[in-house]
Design a protein around this ligand. Structure first.
Ligand SMILES: [Fe+2]
Ligand SMILES: [Fe+2]
Length: 555
């Protein structure tokens, strides 16, 4: 690639110097260093009211005027066609570069210019357009190369007028079918993507879904999402697909180029098509970049950045139309996800305040819920739970004793043993907790932890007296974590126990109080977490800090 030399500059009108400056700056800081460079800045403005022309825009190019005249005779009969005729290839190129074109009919040999230049320019500016080559001297090599470069068909001169007419009609029909097909395909996948985005709440999963959809739908080699960070007052690279180094070194893909900020300000997509010839490989290749706004209710929250490499694989108007819809869906879903996350944090914050209020009433249980989470997470990591499940676990641990809010201080802080009546009041806390939080959809995943954490494996627990596998796993995990915290916590009347005592008690109560399989899993990973436990509980009792296994305890 380093020996590649860009040779052509095909550009649409750059309407003011500032845009050109942006493009130049991008190239100065861009990852691709060329001895010479060329850049096209396509300024595509979406206009939903802009109805497509009813007529097909045709261009006919032949340096032999009489051929143009013959073609004109054939095409002028059909009022679906609006055709322009050029005997000068340069003027035809100018026209193609600046006007909408659906079909080009061009001679192959035309003095200085060849039909290949016309083909190349048309493919570059109008990727969906049909190009038909006319030639009097067809060789296999020429035919192969024009078809390879994207020509739809070729006609051998002299041709019959009917052949010409049919080839043009066939080309336009193929174009229409391709457009309809693409449109239908786009609609189906847009619907599926929208559905998926609408039901993906968590930001990381959502960004991954957006990246994956863009890669699949637009055949992009690199994709990134930069979101506006109001705290740092800049765009921040939030997620990407493709080679990390390439993304980070490319200012546009990493969200640092002036073009990203221009898109942020103007809320309009920018397309950069870099055309280059490689001396090492045959043919022409493009690097095509799109920077698209992520727009929510008139406010740009970030940019969606795409890069494609390849022969004639540039982003066309059809791509931008579809990208516009997809980016709008993605932007709305991202905004919802952020709002959901803020709401979730607010909920958790409020609930934490309640949990803290419960803990504050009992000096001995201060920090209990956080510690229970740390221990329970040791078990669920060993079980391979997902991030989503870990989040639910956190919520469940923080809230598991929330029902104690309804237990009077006299019972909660009673120094001695509880009498039967007091015990039954205390044992109501799982159900009280569930009643408090029932009906709040966001907190629903916490309910099994709250309701079942005092159930025992042998069925002797409360509130439901469930047995074995009938106790949901959330309850079985929390029962272990709850007890381990109680054993390890320092109390005024005793120091926290050793890990050996913890393992001995768990083994002794295995099958009775606890799920034996989960006990085994916990004891297997307990050693790995010795430092973490020491950090949580202060110095653990040094003597006999060996961790037992069910087998060694039996010996
Ligand atoms: Fe409890
Ligand atoms: Fe507890």
């Amino acid at each position: 690639m380093s020996s590649s030399v860009c040779r052509a500059l095909l550009c649409s009108k750059i309407t003011h110097n500032k845009s050109l400056k942006c493009a130049e700056n991008y190239l100065k800081t861009g990852v691709r260093k060329h001895k010479k460079f060329a850049l096209t800045e396509d300024r595509i403005i979406m206009d939903s009211d802009n109805k497509a022309s009813e007529k097909y825009n045709l261009v006919v190019v032949d340096d032999e005027k009489f051929i143009c005249e013959i073609v004109k005779e054939v095409l002028s009969d059909d009022d679906r066609y609006s055709a322009r005729y050029f005997s000068s290839p340069s003027r035809a190129l100018n026209y193609i570069n600046t006007h909408p074109v659906d079909l080009v009919l061009t001679d192959f040999f035309m003095g200085q210019h060849s039909g290949m230049d016309i083909l190349e320019a048309t493919r570059k500016r109008h990727p969906e357009a049909i190009v038909i080559m006319m030639t009097g001297h067809p060789t296999i090599e020429n035919v192969i190369s024009v078809l390879k470069l994207g020509a739809y068909d070729y006609i051998v001169k002299p041709f019959k007028l009917d052949t010409l007419k049919l080839t043009v009609e066939r080309g336009l029909k193929a174009q229409r079918l391709a457009k309809e097909n693409m449109h239908l395909k786009s609609l189906i996948s847009l619907y599926q993507i929208s559905e998926a985005m609408g039901s993906t709440i968590h930001l990381d999963s959502l960004l991954n879904l957006v990246l994956q959809s863009i890669v699949n739908e637009f055949n992009a080699d690199l994709v990134s999402i930069s979101l506006w960070d109001p705290h740092r007052d800049c765009l921040a690279l939030e997620a990407f697909y493709g080679d990390a180094e390439q993304i980070k070194q490319n200012p546009l893909l990493s969200g640092k180029s002036e073009i990203n900020y221009k898109v942020l300000k103007d809320a309009k997509p920018q397309v950069l098509n870099e055309l280059e010839d490689s001396q090492e490989s045959e043919g022409t290749s493009y690097t095509s970049l799109v920077c698209h706004p992520l727009l929510v209710q008139g406010k740009v929250i970030g940019t969606l950045n795409l890069l494609r490499n390849g022969q004639f694989d540039i982003f066309g108007l059809g791509d931008i139309h579809m990208l516009w819809i997809l980016a709008s869906k993605a932007a709305t879903a991202i905004e919802h996800s952020r709002l959901y996350s803020e709401l979730e944090q607010a909920y958790i914050g409020t609930i934490r305040a309640f949990a803290n209020a419960v803990e504050a009433r009992d000096n001995y249980t201060r920090g209990h819920t956080e510690r229970v989470y740390r221990i329970a997470s040791m078990i669920v990591r060993a079980l391979g739970w997902s991030e989503e499940q870990m989040k639910n676990l956190y919520m469940g641990c923080i809230l598991h004793d929330i029902g104690k809010i309804g237990v009077p201080d006299s019972i909660l802080n009673k120094p001695g043993r509880l009498n039967d009546e007091e015990r039954s009041i205390m044992q109501m806390h799982p159900e009280t907790g569930v009643k408090m939080l029932e009906g709040i959809p966001m907190l629903e995943p916490a309910l099994p932890y709250i309701l079942y954490h005092h159930e025992q494996y042998d069925g002797s627990g409360y509130p439901l007296g469930l047995k074995g596998g009938n106790i949901p796993i959330e309850g079985r995990i929390l029962a272990i974590a709850d007890t381990v915290d109680a054993i390890l916590t320092n109390r005024p009347y005793r120091r926290g126990a050793s890990l050996e005592k913890v393992s001995r008690e768990l083994i002794e109560c295995s099958s009775g109080q606890f799920d034996p399989e989960l006990v085994k899993i916990f004891l297997n990973v307990l050693g790995e977490h010795k430092d973490e436990l020491t950090a949580i509980y202060g110095t653990l009792q040094e003597h006999e800090n060996n961790i037992l296994t069910p087998q060694s305890a039996a010996q």
